[in-house]
Structure formats: structure tokens, C-alpha cells
Write a protein that binds this ligand. Structure first.
Ligand code: GLY
Length: 398
């Protein structure tokens, strides 16, 4: 075991000047890792963030860049995931104040939208399924207001005339995932976080092995604390407990980004979710005129964008909001969500002093980022995280 304290291995001293001051190394520069790095640095720690894309997030294959940015604990809740719902509600409550502090620290807007989420249905079967889920959510005391077709169209005039009815969840908001990550990176840099491009190949107690861009493999960096926030790639990171690695699985999502041509008013104000002939769909409008349409959920690990998925997403989106056919298809992309064997995140000490895991956020990475940073801040200070995290320790897989 390496000696505790801020130290650097011989190779890394050459390749990463100044690392000797580091108290914390964060592996993974998506929203989870960057939020953790920012809060740790804001608390006065020396922090090094390592990500394959370095300080250019577009250069990395991270789930953050492909997300839709929904902050939707109620709309994303399903039967049988009570602990996750409790955690997601805790996360939604915290997100706004975290985001305010972030916008002030970065001097940037994250594009938070607070109009709420409207779930709509298109045939009798879809409406029955939506009603069943709404009854369940209300039985848990969650906010869900049933609307008839006319009320839905009053809120969103561009909804298809065939809309049968819907449910409004006012507390389910959204944020622009890419602006949010940019703000986190800027706030982190301003707080003193140093970001380096590198692919971490192995982690251990207080130590990482990293292939740094342009440098030979095998640099060894040490710090008092190592935090692993590597999303679905956690499954192939040497040095972590086997049961944790095996619990993580990639879940592919394909997603579209549309833009409004000049002169076309925004087709939506709320996030809209729909079940179209049994398929889940969401449409998330941005303040700058982007409309995100997603997403497939596939047990695959490639990042190919398929013609079939683009076709289905567009067909379902046009069924829900016919005016979508007037929009410009700006981007089609695919990412890998960090799923786990029980669909819950993994947060806590990895069974070794100094090594903390924060991964497996699956469909809720943006939403959970703020409370994940809070939880890791608590762990770094020797305190337990909020009780909502108790069911999600790495130890549950051993
Ligand atoms: N949270 C939305 C998704 O994972 O597609």
C-alpha cells in the first residue's frame, strides 16, 4: 500500500508537473466526476481530474454528452424501485440550489427549465398504462395531475389532435446537459481543479495507473483519495472489486437533436413524454430552440447510430407532435448509460481505504450529479452520506 498523503510516482512527476499537491484524484470527467471535482476543490482540496478527453468533453465517449438532461424523479419512476425513487426525489430537491451556485461560480447558464413534464397517451392501451402508473405514483404521495385531451392541448398547442389525455408533473424539470457540463468544467477550473487527458487502466488504494496522452503507458499517480466516476467503463477498470465491476453493464441509448428553422416558434414548452404503441418517447425542449428526442434502451455496447432507431424516434415524435417534421435534424448520437444489475447507482468506499466509487447512475446521471458530489464530499470528510444513499453502497454486490 502506498504511503498516505499527497504524493506522485516517479513517472508522473515528469508527466504531470505539480501533481505533488494533489489530495484527490477523480477518474472520469462526465457530470458525476466533474461535480465531485468541483465540490472537492471548492472545499479547499487539491484535485486532479483525469479523463480521456482531457478538457474537451466532446473528445470523450461519455454518457453525459448524449443525455437529455431530464430532472424527472416522478416521470422516470417505475414499479418496484422505491429506494431509487427516494434518492431521485432527494436529488431533485437539491438540484436547484446546487445549480444556482454553479451558475454563479461559472458565470454561465445551464439552461434549467422549470415548466414541468407532461406525459401523454395516444390510444386506449397507452392511456390505461399511464393511468395505472399515475395511480401508483399518487399512492406514494407524488405530484401527478390527470388532464383530459383538451387540457393537454391547451398547455401544448402543437400536440397531435389524436392526443387522448395526459398527466402533468410540475416538479419534473430539465437542464441542458451539455451546458451543465461546461459550467461544471469552468467552475472546477476556477476552483483550481487540474484536468489532464489520460486513460486510467488500473486503480488501487490511493493510486492510479494511467496512460497519459502523448506519454508512454504506465504512469503512476498517487493521492490521498481516489474517486472512480467512470460510468459504464467501470466494468473494465482493473483493481476494483470483481462484484462491483460485474454489476455494471452498458445500456445503449440512441437520441436525436433537432433545431427550429428561423421563423418557426418553439413546438413545445414542457418536456413531453409519451407511450406510442408501447414504446417510450420523450421530447425535451431547450431555451435555445433545440429539441431533444429520445431514447432507445438497448442491451448493447456499440455506439452505432442505426437507421431503424432514427426512423422509429422520428416517427413516434411526429405522431406526438406533427410539427416536429418541420424541424431540422441536427444530430443523431448514441451513448452507453452505466446500468447496474439492480438499476441503482453505486456509491461508497470500495472496501479499501481511500478508494471511493461513484458510478452506475444509469438513466439518472444528470439528476443525481449534485447529491453524488455532496455524498462524496461527506465521505472525504469522514462522514456518512445522506441516508437516501444507504441502499446503494458497493458492498451490496459482495
Ligand atoms: N433519462 C433518460 C434516458 O436515460 O434515456
Amino acid at each position: 500500500m502506498p504511503a498516505k498523503g499527497a504524493q506522485v510516482g516517479t513517472t508522473s512527476r515528469k508527466t504531470v508537473p505539480g501533481t505533488a499537491a494533489e489530495d484527490v484524484i477523480v477518474v472520469g470527467g462526465g457530470v458525476t466526476g466533474t461535480a465531485i471535482a468541483w465540490r472537492a476543490a471548492a472545499a479547499g482540496r487539491g484535485v486532479l481530474l483525469i479523463d480521456p478527453g482531457g478538457d474537451d468533453p466532446r473528445a470523450a465517449d461519455m454518457a453525459t454528452m448524449v443525455a437529455a438532461g431530464m430532472l424527472a424523479p416522478v416521470s422516470e419512476s417505475v414499479f418496484g424501485e422505491q429506494h431509487l425513487l427516494t434518492l431521485n426525489l432527494h436529488a431533485a430537491e437539491r438540484f436547484e440550489s446546487f445549480n444556482q451556485e454553479l451558475e454563479a461560480a461559472a458565470g454561465l447558464s445551464t439552461g434549467l427549465r422549470a415548466e414541468g413534464t407532461l406525459a401523454v397517451a395516444y390510444d386506449h392501451g397507452d392511456l390505461t398504462a399511464l393511468d395505472r402508473l399515475t395511480t401508483f405514483r399518487r399512492s406514494l404521495g407524488l405530484d401527478a395531475e390527470r388532464l383530459d385531451a383538451r387540457e393537454c392541448r391547451r398547455l401544448e398547442p402543437f400536440l397531435a389532435p389524436s392526443t387522448r389525455g395526459g398527466v402533468l408533473t410540475r416538479g419534473d424539470h430539465s437542464v441542458d446537459n451539455r451546458r451543465y457540463l461546461t459550467a461544471l468544467r469552468v467552475a472546477a477550473a476556477r476552483a483550481g481543479v487540474r484536468i489532464v487527458a489520460g486513460r486510467v487502466t488500473r486503480v488501487a488504494d490511493g493510486e492510479v495507473r494511467v496512460a497519459l496522452a502523448g506519454q508512454p503507458d504506465g504512469a503512476r499517480l498517487t493521492a490521498r483519495h481516489v474517486i472512480v466516476a467512470t460510468g459504464q467503463a467501470t466494468r473494465s477498470l482493473d483493481g476494483l472489486p470483481g462484484p462491483v465491476r460485474r454489476a455494471v453493464r452498458p445500456v445503449k441509448g440512441q437520441i436525436l437533436r433537432l433545431r427550429h428553422p428561423a421563423g418557426i416558434p418553439p413546438v413545445l414548452r414542457h418536456s413531453v413524454r409519451a407511450v406510442v404503441q408501447g414504446r417510450d418517447l420523450y421530447l425535451v425542449p431547450r431555451q435555445d430552440g433545440e429539441l431533444v428526442v429520445g431514447a432507445t434502451q438497448e442491451e448493447r455496447e456499440d455506439r452505432d447510430v442505426t437507421a431503424g432507431a432514427v426512423h422509429e424516434l422520428l416517427r413516434d415524435a411526429v405522431t406526438v407532435v406533427p410539427a416536429v417534421s418541420e424541424l431540422i435534424l441536427a444530430e443523431a448520437s448514441a451513448g452507453l448509460r452505466p446500468g447496474t444489475s439492480d438499476n441503482g447507482p453505486i456509491l461508497g468506499l470500495a472496501g479499501q481505504d481511500g478508494l471511493i466509487i461513484a458510478t452506475g447512475h444509469f438513466r439518472n446521471g444528470i439528476l443525481l450529479s449534485a447529491v453524488t458530489a455532496d455524498a462524496v464530499t461527506a465521505l472525504l470528510g469522514g462522514h456518512p452520506p445522506d441516508a437516501a444513499w444507504a441502499p446503494f453502497t458497493p458492498a451490496r454486490f459482495s
